[in-house]
Each structure stands twice: as structure tokens, then as C-alpha cells.
Design a protein around this ligand. Structure first.
Ligand code: PLP
Length: 444
């Protein structure tokens, strides 16, 4: 579709280039929204220089002024985390880097709250999705049964990944905005013996928070051999997770969400039970890069400060993660979780005060690092997101295929809720109030 040349400076089309969440009809192209609009990327609208500023962008820290990124990952970065990426180049087997990587792996144990020496951390180059491959390729053998708790887009993705490696997947799907409940999970576990159960701790497509502690207790009671595997990509470092205390077998996450590090690292923890399941496989995993066989000794060597090589890690990202984890662990994790909850409560109250509903309707099932907000019927995503961007705030569009155009997602993790010098949350709430009224919305 040809585009008019006379696009005004802050037109929605122009702003869409900043967030990439503002494509004409669908907020984001996903495997479920296959229309890849030819004009989603219109290079004629790209800023001429990298330093072009939005009129309403806000100076924060030493970073160039930019719209505040309040999507459910990537999140805003702390200066020190970002700056640690400009480390000079060093060999991935040099003592300095080996020590940094080793400390980062040890800190990962603290992040997941495990002291069991049998627990095994993995920090691999890749995004959060690589965690699914790690689970599916190594812990499940073709034909084995896996029960997937269906909460939305991300649990569907986990299920798809498991199928790719030959797992026999049963999905227990809940209605949009809810999660499967313990009695039905108990029933499913009683009907079949599952090698593993997977749960998406926070399904980022709906903002639904799943319970891990009670779920794990249930699984241990009714199906004690079943591995409990958690997608914690949108929960690790903003929701409480006690790896040992709750007897979890695997938690996979990524660098760019609540951990607040640039994207590019898959970070995971597996229990001794999970590692035994890998060791006792009948056939080797059907993946080379994601094989635990190739990585376990590498991780153990690095943690013991011994140089090691299977595939080159990203020293710059490991430096950033080292800084992020050092900051996270400088205070009790419980304090971090409480601050995320306090910010979340405030946001959810503001959403209710606006007369809006959340996708996750039940307060007990609402995530604390993000909020998925249904739009009023009269307000289009394609109007409100550009309006917010104009006010210097970037929210994400919907991603759940059944409701994709009907809601928006507000990510509130990391420095945006923890750094008292920032006023990201207040500005975002104000932008949402003003944006909705500019779009003609008035509370009924
Ligand atoms: C973001 C996300 C993923 C995918 O992570 P990528 O880094 O985009 O590959 C998986 N699961 C959940 C719950 C997520 O929020």
C-alpha cells in the first residue's frame, strides 16, 4: 500500500516505528496474526539520525532521552547494567571473563533460591524461547506424556515446542484470563502418568499468574515422579519463586524481562531430579546447541572458574547479567517482590478507577510485573497506543489470538518500579488517563 508522503511529525504511523507495536490492524505480528502488512516497516518514516527525540520523551539517567519502555519485556535498563556491556573485548576463556561467568552462575542459584548442590544452572546465548527447547529436547523423550497447563499464547508456544521434539502433549486449557484450577489438574494427573507438567508462571499474553507452591504440593502428592517445569520468563525476579522450598524441577527465564538485562540470554535452573532424567535418557537429545550433554560440563567448569568451550558465550551480555544480578541480590529478594506488588496494586487500582477491566479478572490470578487491560469498546488499540507513545510511554498491544485487538499490556518490572528517582509509573498512569479521554472515553 503506497503511503502518503506528507506524514506529520508525530502521526501514529511515524510513532509506530518507535515501538513496533502499532501496526495498522494488529498490534504485533505473531504466528497467530499472519497478515504481515507490507507497510509495517516503512523506511521512509525511519528517523534520519539515531538521536532523534520525541517531544515528550523524558531524560532519565545518562541514557539519551527516549520514550519509557513499559512493555512486558524488554524493560528499561539501569545505567550500570547497560554500561557494563561496553567492556573491552576479552577471550571467553581468559581468567577475567571466566571469573565473571562463574560468579554469574553462582548468583543465578541465589536468584532462583536454591542451595541444593545438585541444582544445575544454565546461562546460554538465546532468548527465553531457548528455555523451552532446553526442556523439550533434554527432559522429555519422544512419545512421553506431558501435561501443559494452558493459560494463553506462551503456554501454547511451550506446548508447540514440546511437540516438535516428539512429546505427547495434553493441554489443559483454561478460559481466556484464567488458569486451570487444582481440582481439574488433580483429575488429569490421576488419569494418566505424565513425565512432566509445565506451567507458565505468568502468561504474558493475559497477565494471569499461576500458583506454583500449591501446584507443586499437589503434583508431589498425586504424581510424585512427574517433573514440575516452569516457564518463569515473565516472573523470575518479580514474583516469588522458591526453587528448593517449592520442590521445582526446572525454571526457565530470559535476561530481558524482570531481570532487566538486555535480551539475548536464556537463564535456567534444573533440579537434581531433572538432571537425572536427562542422564537416564534412552536416546541422545535431538538438538545440538540445546543439548544439556554439551553444556552441563561447560557450566560446571565456568562455575569452578575453569576455562571451557563448547560454543562461544557473549562476554558483553554476561557482564551485563553479572551487574544486574549483583544489584538484584544486594537486597533481600522479598523486598523486591514486595515493591513489585505495591506498584502493581497501585496500577490495578488506577485501572479500576478508570472503569476498565483486566484480562485476568480474579485478583488472586493477577501478575505483579504486568497488567493486561481491556480497552473500552469505543477505544481502538491503534488510537490509544500512539497516543501513549506521544506522551513518552510505550505499552504493548495484545498478543492472545482470541482477544488480540481488544486489550493492551502495561509492563511494570525492574527499575521502573524500583528506582525511586524515576516516575515511570505515575507518568504512565497519567498518560493512560489522558490518552483515554483524548480518545473520547469517559468513565460510565
Ligand atoms: C517473553 C516470554 C517468552 C519468550 O521469550 P523470548 O525472549 O521472546 O524468546 C516465553 N514465555 C513467557 C512467559 C514470556 O513472557
Amino acid at each position: 500500500m503506497p503511503r502518503q508522503d506528507k506524514t506529520p511529525a508525530n502521526s501514529p504511523a511515524r510513532l509506530s516505528l518507535i515501538s513496533r507495536h502499532l501496526a495498522p490492524d494488529y498490534p504485533i505480528n505473531t504466528p497467530y496474526t499472519v497478515e504481515r502488512h507490507p507497510d509495517t516497516i516503512d523506511t521512509s518514516l525511519l528517523p534520519k539520525t539515531q538521536t532523534r527525540q520525541l517531544s515528550h520523551s523524558v531524560a532519565m539517567s545518562s541514557q539519551p532521552p527516549h520514550p519509557t519502555l513499559l512493555i512486558p519485556g524488554p524493560i528499561e535498563f539501569d545505567d550500570a547494567v547497560l554500561q557494563s556491556m561496553s567492556h573491552f573485548s576479552e577471550s571467553h576463556t581468559a581468567p577475567g571473563f571466566v571469573a565473571t561467568f562463574g560468579e554469574t552462575l553462582s548468583m543465578a542459584r541465589k536468584l532462583f533460591q536454591t542451595t541444593d548442590p545438585a541444582s544445575q544452572p544454565f546461562i546460554l546465548s538465546g532468548s527465553g524461547t531457548l528455555g523451552w527447547d532446553l526442556v523439550a529436547a533434554n527432559l522429555i523423550e519422544p512419545g512421553e506424556d506431558v501435561l501443559v497447563l494452558g493459560t494463553g499464547y506462551f503456554s501454547n508456544g511451550f506446548a508447540d515446542c514440546l511437540r516438535v521434539y516428539g512429546a505427547n502433549v495434553t493441554e489443559l486449557r483454561a478460559a481466556v484470563g484464567t488458569k486451570p484450577q487444582l481440582p481439574e489438574i488433580e483429575k488429569a494427573l490421576a488419569e494418566k502418568k505424565y513425565k512432566a507438567i509445565t506451567v507458565t508462571h505468568v502468561d504474558t499474553s493475559t497477565g494471569v499468574l499461576s500458583e506454583l507452591e500449591n501446584l507443586s504440593a499437589l503434583v508431589h502428592r498425586v504424581s510424585p515422579d512427574t517433573l514440575i517445569l516452569v516457564d518463569g520468563v515473565c516472573s523470575v525476579a518479580c514474583e516469588a519463586i522458591e526453587f528448593d522450598g517449592w520442590k521445582l524441577d526446572g525454571v526457565v527465564t530470559a535476561s530481558q524481562k524482570a531481570i532487566g538485562c538486555p535480551a539475548g540470554l536464556s537463564i535456567s535452573m534444573f533440579s537434581g531430579r531433572a538432571m537425572n532424567a536427562f542422564q537416564s535418557r534412552k536416546a541422545p537429545p535431538a538438538s545440538y546447541f540445546a543439548s544439556m550433554g554439551n553444556w552441563t560440563h561447560i557450566m560446571q567448569n565456568y562455575e569452578n572458574k575453569k576455562p571451557s568451550y563448547f560454543a562461544t558465550p557473549s562476554p558483553q551480555l554476561i557482564h551485563a547479567l553479572h551487574t544486574a544480578l549483583t544489584q538484584i541480590l544486594a537486597k533481600p529478594l522479598s523486598e523486591r517482590f514486595a515493591l513489585h506488588k505495591a506498584a502493581s496494586d497501585r496500577i490495578k487500582q488506577a485501572v479500576a478507577d478508570l472503569g476498565l477491566k483486566q484480562v485476568a479478572a480474579n485478583p488472586d490470578e493477577q501478575a505483579h510485573g504486568m497488567t493486561a487491560i481491556y480497552l473500552p469498546e469505543t477505544v481502538k488499540q491503534t488510537a490509544i497506543l500512539p497516543s501513549l507513545a506521544q506522551k513518552g510511554v510505550v505499552f504493548a498491544g495484545g498478543i492472545h489470538k482470541e482477544i488480540a485487538t481488544k486489550y493492551i499490556r502495561f509492563g511494570h518490572m525492574g527499575v521502573s518500579v524500583l528506582d525511586p528517582r524515576r516516575e515511570d509509573i505515575d507518568r504512565a498512569i497519567k498518560a493512560l488517563q489522558d490518552g483515554l479521554s483524548e480518545c473520547g472515553y469517559q468513565k460510565a
